[in-house]
Design a protein around this ligand. Structure first.
Ligand code: 5AD
Ligand code: SF4
Length: 444
């Protein structure tokens, strides 16, 4: 009789760090002999990798976990594992509310999943792992990366900033940096497997190495990764304006493979709101930083994150945000409505802003930002840019890829067959808010 192959299915939510964690879960499951399931209802193991940064994410995920209840009733042998930030935050409460959940895996246990699952299968007893004080194990096994040419590389875990709106420090713990030799070894291995683009991940990458007591370790890391043969593009996420310094900007300017894209979340344009957010910089300091970036890397794309409706945000405070967006001229911005996260200092602040006001501010902000994005994209018209091909668009005759500045580019493939990860030169002739279009002029 043929034995049935065990299968797995992963639902992933949240940031790039979660996307990376999911690749680690998939790798460990495949090492245990599991294959991806086509239908999650029939999978032997389901992992829900969760996010709790905003209430909207939590609601969506709670709905998904709820949906698994009936599936588990029909298939009681299935293992349901809730992993990531919600598992970390809600712990046992989550197990009580959702009895269909078998395993709870906090954020510090990603690389121990294989042994935890093996142990669980032997005993079949509900387990939770949510200690945040352990040091993340180094990953040694197989990895199932989603892309064939672009790799996520975690360089540090956790966050020490404690911005007053943010839940992350409570669910990802204190900053722990990976040793530089482990990061370099992982990238070298990925290069051998054909990877070309590397995104160094951390909640605050500019703090990399501070826990080793090393100064300017992130700038040094950029320079070291830049030397690895076969690395074509280096990106990194996310930076904190307070810790982003001249050394990092210089490294970006001087390293051939580090992309000219600065993602520097400013969150709010009013000094009073920045103070209440515990951001550790003023609007003036932020503008100085932007000036410094532009002086070293004039063609850089600058992107940001912005929150509207933080407690106590007045119309004038919000207008300070709008004015800053206009003054900087960001290439793109991720804009969010403030979401109250219980356990954070801002949740207890009085003067919570009504939802209708928050929504109105978000719309006004997006209008200003969209014009800025379009304006920045129009500056590319007539220019020839280096694109790393990603894949065909919905229309298979049109290919997509990204510039070094991380702009989405579309161009007609004509009769050419492109490969993902291939460099293509595209002359831009059309600009829209979210993308630019052009024609391939020649191969690099
Ligand atoms: N409400 C709204 N947005 C938030 N962010 C983080 N916490 C909250 C919150 N409570 C946003 C910040 C951060 C991005 C990843 O998510 O802008 O930079
Ligand atoms: Fe969501 Fe933050 Fe956790 Fe990422 S680190 S998954 S954004 S809560």
């Amino acid at each position: 009789m043929e034995t049935k192959q065990n299968t797995y299915y992963i639902f992933n939510y949240g940031c790039q760090m979660n996307a990376s964690d999911t690749e680690h879960y998939a790798g460990q499951l495949e090492e245990l002999g599991y294959a991806p399931a086509e239908d999650f209802r029939k999978a032997d193991v389901i992992v829900v990798n969760t996010c709790c940064v905003r209430e909207s994410a939590e609601k969506k995920i709670a709905g998904k976990i709820g949906e698994l209840k009936n599936i588990k009733i029909k298939n009681p042998d299935m293992v349901i594992c809730v992993a990531g930030c919600m598992a970390q935050k809600d712990g046992e409460k989550l197990l009580k509310k959702h009895p269909q959940v078998d395993l709870l895996l906090g954020t510090a246990y990603v690389n121990d999943f294989k042994s935890i699952l093996t142990e669980y299968l032997a005993e079949r007893k509900g387990k939770y792992y949510t200690d945040l004080t352990i040091h993340q194990s180094e990953f040694e096994g197989k990895m199932v990366r989603q892309s064939s040419f672009s790799a996520w590389i975690p360089i540090m875990y956790g966050c020490n900033n404690f911005c007053t709106y943010c839940i992350v420090p409570y669910v990802r713990g204190r900053e722990r940096s990976r040793a530089i030799e482990n990061i370099v070894a992982e990238i070298e291995q990925a290069v051998e497997e054909g990877y070309k683009e590397f995104t160094l991940l951390g909640q605050n990458v500019n703090s990399y190495g501070k826990d080793f007591g090393e100064k300017n370790a992130f700038a040094k890391l950029l320079r070291r990764v830049n030397e690895i043969k076969g690395v074509e593009r280096i990106r990194y996420m996310t930076s904190h304006p307070r810790d982003m310094n001249e050394e990092v900007i210089k490294a970006v300017a001087e390293c051939e493979h580090v992309c000219e894209n600065f993602h520097v979340p400013f969150q709010a344009g009013s000094n009073e709101i920045l103070r209440r957010m515990n951001r550790g910089y003023s609007r003036e300091k932020y503008l100085e930083l932007i000036k410094m970036i532009r002086s070293y890397v004039p063609d850089a794309a600058i992107t940001t994150d912005i929150i509207v409706g933080f407690p106590g945000e007045t119309e004038q405070d919000f207008e300070d945000t709008l004015a800053l967006v206009q003054e900087v001229g960001f290439d793109a911005a991720f804009t969010f409505i403030y979401s109250k996260r219980s356990g954070t200092p801002a949740a207890k602040m009085e003067e919570q802003v009504p939802l209708a006001v928050k929504k109105d501010r978000l719309n006004r902000l997006m209008e200003v930002q969209n014009l800025s994005s379009l304006h920045r994209n129009k500056e590319l018209i007539g220019k020839t840019v280096e694109v790393l091909a990603e894949g065909p668009s919905k229309n298979p005759a049109v290919w997509t890829g990204r510039t070094r500045t991380n702009k989405l580019v579309l161009w007609p493939a004509e009769s050419r067959i492109y490969n993902a990860g291939e460099k293509v030169l595209v002359k831009i002739d059309t600009a829209q808010t979210w993308l630019v279009k052009g024609k391939a002029v020649q191969d690099v």
